[in-house]
Design a protein around this ligand. Structure first.
Ligand code: 5RP
Length: 221
């Protein structure tokens, strides 16, 4: 099976986690696009969706799925999103699609994070994928220096990209993230950091992994 077929497979499998009559949290990316297309087939059974990006909002609306503002909901049962990397405990690197801040906000509204990914995303240790960090533009150089001194990481501004929130992204290479929760907590304190793309505090509870043998459900509770 191709990577695209695996993404389509897990996108459809995620429908099993959509709660009838509830609002569903929707992430961003090519795997989530497959989920949104599948969600369209059951759109009359849900109240609507809270979206994590302009891109996903447009796709949801193109299918006639109602999109609610995050401020309109207090809690949602499930958030469904992809990942750039996921480890055996459900910790993730996210933000390859530049949507990490809104993704973390919607994930935080949810009781359960369900990650959908093809098997290439499962890793022993996070850090081979460059870590995305959304920063206030004037802090970019300072945050980059801090990554070098604190973790030996090399950060570069993602050229030509402004986030949905009007900020810049750093991609940090050369990290071996032994303790994702500790690094997420530490980097979140640095002035000018809006969001670090480590999802450890709000890790996945379930991962639907697309493999050549079919969908493998990993549970991290
Ligand atoms: C976007 C993300 C995506 O979930 C991540 O980049 C995975 O994307 P894809 O499903 O296209 O591989 O974090 O900010």
């Amino acid at each position: 099976m191709t990577q695209d077929e695996l993404k389509a497979l897990v996108g459809r499998a995620a429908l099993d986690f959509v709660v009838p009559l509830a609002v569903v949290g929707v992430g961003t990316g090519s795997t989530v696009n497959c989920f949104i297309d599948a969600l369209a087939t059951v759109k009359d059974t849900i109240t609507g969706a809270v979206s994590s990006s302009v891109q996903s909002t447009e796709r949801l609306r193109s299918h006639g799925i109602r999109v609610l503002d995050a401020n309109e909901v207090e809690a949602i049962p499930v958030y469904i999103d992809g990942a750039d990397e996921i480890d055996a405990r459900g910790h993730m690197i996210k933000g390859g699609g530049a949507a990490l801040t809104r993704e973390k906000i919607v994930a935080d509204l949810a009781e359960r994070f369900v990650c959908i990914a093809d098997e290439s995303k499962l890793v022993d240790r996070l850090g081979r994928y460059p870590l995305p960090v959304e920063v206030i533009p004037m802090a970019a150089a300072q945050v980059a220096r801090r990554f070098a001194s604190a973790y030996g990481g090399q950060a570069a501004v993602r050229e030509g990209v402004t986030t949905d929130n009007g900020n810049w992204l750093l991609d940090v290479r050369g990290l071996a993230i032994a303790d994702p929760l500790a690094m997420e907590t530490e980097v979140n304190q640095w002035p000018g950091v809006v969001t670090v793309g480590i999802f450890a505090r709000r890790r996945a509870r379930v991962c639907l992994l697309g493999t050549s043998q079919g969908v493998k459900a990993l549970s991290f509770d």
